[in-house]
Ligand binder design. Sequence first.
Ligand SMILES: [Zn+2]
Length: 119
Amino acid sequence: MSTETTGTLHAGWDFFTSEPGRHVVLHCRVCGEPMAAARDVVGPTGWAHAMAIRAGQANGRLHDRFHCTQCSEPWHRQALALRQQAERSPSKQFADVLTDEAGEVVRTRTATKDVSGVC
Ligand SMILES: [Zn+2]
């Protein structure tokens, strides 16, 4: 996985924007798969930027956009929720349990619980 941060405009779990041409391949932080890339697109580079454009206070920006093509799959939504919960947990033991379950959900590509998520 890339750890490159120069030129990063938005780095999410399964969505990423960067300066044009900065990254050849980026991997999803949820499932590890290479993300689909849209090159040299003009538009918002993140949620706050999108809101600013909608409010007429900003313009779109030229950038590359990456997203995971699995993000709408139930197993991917659950793995994302588990990883986010693990990251927020103050307990290392609880985080380890959540991370282990996320790994199993990704490995089997089967959700063990129905969760709603944002893609
Ligand atoms: Zn993914």
